[in-house]
Design a protein around this ligand. Structure first.
Ligand SMILES: [Zn+2]
Length: 338
């Protein structure tokens, strides 16, 4: 079915998955049984376009050499919004790839078929195929880090909207006159303005000023920087300010999930990204809000779970997309259609 629909083919030999973030590249070879071989890491920050293409080519070559050939395709997950009509990144965290036909350039350079997709779409594919949502045909994924990325699997396939710009669920409005959103988003009160890692740090820093005699307050006194990982660790150790901040983020997340559960009736909502390290401290408040405020029957059947793949979801998902020959843009596949 998938082969017919996409005119593609399922690659049976090895593929390489590349998670090309704003600051670093993580890549690895994934075999037909989903075993991961020879991971590699490279810094991305500060490269121009030629430098980036060269760095990616070097990383892919390193992996091909290490695994002894047999690589059939390369998938890239990138934190960008793509226009599938051109394959070009329209809103790009990786500035050097803005407005570049990344898939064509990389396919020619690597001499291999290449697919490109948004990193959260790759993570959603990973969790729906082989992660916590394995077997789910309807899955919503949010990755909560500095911002909030979104990926949707509907009817067993990644859903990207008409020209590839869909599933931006972090930019769903939850507060009409809320705070201005970050970077390229002109909106106010988006989900990511109230429950991203950035919002967590803001909430905790306001709260700790009122309650300095706590573990979090003492950490700041010692000159520690207030970060998401620090708040998460102290929350897990029982610090009340840190735990309250995470619970508030969880309830706000729940408000966003109510709309997603009502609209998509997913089997599972998967929460990934750095903030999801808080685990049940984050998820249980979100579940409570969904139970209270979403519509039946959706609220009674949805499962809200932490991602299984953590920092490797983008890489593994990009490899799976390469294996299936699907993505927002692709080049070099024998059956590729433009
Ligand atoms: Zn926004």
């Amino acid at each position: 079915m998938r082969r017919e629909r996409y005119g593609g083919r399922v690659v049976e030999r090895g593929v390489i998955g590349v998670d090309l973030g704003g600051t670093k590249l993580l890549a690895g070879a994934v075999d037909a049984d989903l075993g991961i071989h020879h991971r590699t890491n490279r810094p991305v920050y500060g490269l121009d376009q030629d430098g980036l293409v060269q760095m990616v080519a070097d990383a892919v070559q390193e992996i091909r050499t290490a695994v002894g050939g047999g690589i059939e395709a390369v998938g890239f997950g990138i934190p960008c919004t793509f226009d599938s009509r051109t394959g070009r990144a329209v809103q790009a965290a990786n500035a050097p790839i803005l407005d570049m036909a990344f898939h064509d350039v990389m396919s020619e350079r690597l001499g291999l078929p290449v697919i490109v997709d948004n990193d959260a779409n790759c993570a959603a594919l990973c969790e729906a195929r082989v992660g916590v949502g394995a077997g789910c045909s309807e899955l919503v994924l949010l990755t909560i880090g500095t911002g909030i990325g979104g990926g949707l699997v509907l009817g067993g396939e990644v859903y990207r909207g008409w020209i590839g710009g869909g599933a931006e669920m972090g930019h769903m409005v939850v507060e009409m006159d809320g705070p201005p959103c970050q970077s390229n988003c002109p909106n106010h009160g988006c989900l990511e303005t109230v429950c991203s890692g950035t919002a967590l740090v803001r909430i905790a820093s306001l709260a700790v000023a009122r309650r300095p005699d706590t573990a979090l307050g003492h950490a700041l006194e010692e000159g520690r920087e207030l970060t998401g990982p620090l708040i998460t660790r102290l929350a897990q150790e029982g610090d009340p300010v840190a735990a309250d901040a995470i619970a508030l983020i969880g309830r706000r997340l729940g408000i966003g999930l109510v709309s997603l559960v009502n609209i998509f009736n997913p089997q599972m909502v998967v929460i990934g990204g750095g903030v999801s390290a808080a685990g049940e401290l984050l998820l249980e408040p979100a579940r409570e809000i969904v139970r209270e405020r979403a519509l039946a029957p959706n609220r009674d059947v949805v499962r809200i779970e932490a991602a299984a793949f953590g920092a490797e979801a983008g890489m593994v998902g990009a490899a799976l997309a390469a294996r299936e020959g699907i993505g927002v843009a692709r080049a070099g596949y024998p059956e590729a259609v433009s």
